[in-house]
Structure formats: structure tokens, C-alpha cells
Design a protein around this ligand. Sequence first.
Ligand code: SF4
Length: 340
Amino acid sequence: MKRVGIPRALIYYKFAKMWEKFFNELGAEIIISPLTNKKIKSDSTRLAPNEDCYSTKLFFGHTMAIKDQVDYLFIPRFGSENKDSVGCPKFIGLAEVLRSMFPDLPPIIMPHYNMAKGRDGKLSFFIKAYKVGLYFTKNPFKIIKAFKLALREHKQYKLELIIDEESLLKWEQSVLSLNDPPIIEENERMLKIALVGHSYVINDPFASLNIRKILQNHGVDLITSEQMPRNLIERQIDKLNFALYFDYEKEILGTIMHFIESKTIDGIIHIMVFSCGPDSIAGEMASQFSKRDSKIPLLQLVFDELTAEAGLRTRIEAFIDMLRRGAKEKPIYIATKVHV
Ligand code: SF4
């Protein structure tokens, strides 16, 4: 049985279910790197180019964690799954960078997929997936079946993750819970906060310094930007007088714009990644929108490899304390880009 290694970083957090189903159905053994830990972080910072963002650096450590256990590494060169927006250029270049920096790595399977500018579509997606399948089996029926089931898995994952506007309303009214229930002390008011950022940060407990748990323990009922209804995000982004080109930043900025406008929650926490170009655009715009309409406090935190949990806790506790003291009633703008 051939073993395929998938680094648990970057777009793994978007496509994990699909990839795992595909390779499972092909009969491959899948080795996924462990959850980010101290060793992965230290390897990442030692090996990755200094100028890379923290999230890209972590990809290096995750790759090194599994490289000796697998026959192939699977690192797709992912451009976009939309016609009018793109992911990050890092997603496209990373496989080649790793191969050229570390020639001893196992062979890297690196299909390139990019729907933007109409280059790729359903057919080319199938052809590329088929070619990947050939690394593991020569049986065309097996590959076709694996492809179909993987697509179904991805659709189901998105259905479960992304809510509709009715569910958002129910969450805002505390009729529906979307994440782990908050732990509320006696006489404490539950807070509603939107946690906004890249899925590979907010879903990685180590990289995000357990921010979700910290918030949960402080009585916060969360919604994340990746859970937000897509049509609502599109409507917000349509209000901009220019085309925002980055997928993730649409999700991030659309979420922030919605809650600044709707005023249905207590606050917004925006996690940015140090030296991320797209984040610097969305972050600046979010802070401008927040300054113009400052009823919903916005806390922007910049994460990098030096970020420490104690610093984060202090910021979060101060923010929550302020929200509890009723800052929502007073116009208040919190901060832009606080390095924690
Ligand atoms: S979008 Fe930003 S955080 Fe994500 S990989 Fe690109 S530069 Fe890094």
C-alpha cells in the first residue's frame, strides 16, 4: 500500500475531508502530520525563509514531520475555486519552493488548479484528479468512484460548516449554538463575538494559542468567519467600490462589515498573520470601517511565531472586561494591529 503524506497546514483546513476521502477510496495509506506542536514550530522557523508569513512557515515544519514516513507528499498548487477571486500566491508556489529547497523530499504530487480567469473548470478538475489517482491505482473505475465520493464529502463538509441567514439570525438570538458552548460564571452575561481570520489559524489550537478555548472559558458564544453565509458576505463585498481579489479576505472583511452594520453582537476579534499581504489590506480596511461606525468594538491581533499565550490572554481579558462593562452602548474603537 502506497503512503501519501499531507501536511496539516494552510489549505488542508479547507479540503481535508475531500482529500482524505479521495485517497482512502484509492486504497492509499494517508499520513497526516500531527497537530502543530513546539517541535513543528521550531523546525518551521529554522527552515522556512524569514520573510514568509507565520502560516507558511508552519507548512515547512509539518512537511518535515512526515517526510520520512511517506512515498509521496501531496501539496496541491491551489489558485482558486472561484472565477473572480484567488487564494494566496503562497498556495501556488509552496510545493516548488519546498522541492527546490529540500531536494531529498519524497516525490511531491502537486496538481495545479485555478478557476480564476476561466482556466480551470469541472472537466480539468476531474482530469487532474484522475492523474493523481494513477499514482495509486491503474483501475479507472476506482479513480472515478473516489473522485465522486470525495466531491460529495466536500459538499457535505461545506453544508455542515457554512450556515444560512436564518441560522445566523437564530444564533444572534441565542436560539442556536454553532460552536462549543461558553462556560458562564454565576451572574455573568454571555457575550457574542465573531472570531475572524484564516481557517488555518483559527482552527489550529497551537497557532492560535487556543483562542477559541480562552474565549469559551470567558463566557463567549462564538461565530467564525468561515461559518458565515456566503450570500451575506457577497452582499457586503459588493458595497466596496473596487474588486477585492482575495478569497479569504472577502470572507474576513465581509464578516466584519456585516457585524459593524448589523450590530447584533458584542464585539469582533480579527486575527491577522504577521507579514501577510492580503491581511494587511483587509486589516486596514476593517479598521477604517470600524472607525467610521464604532459601536461594535473591533480587536485586531497580529500573530507570529513570537506570539505568547500570556500576552494574548491579557489582551482578550481586557477586551472582554470592556465588553462586559457595556462598551457596546458607547461608541468605542479598540485597536488596529496589536502585536501580541
Ligand atoms: S494569505 Fe496571508 S497568511 Fe495565508 S498564506 Fe498567504 S500570506 Fe500567509
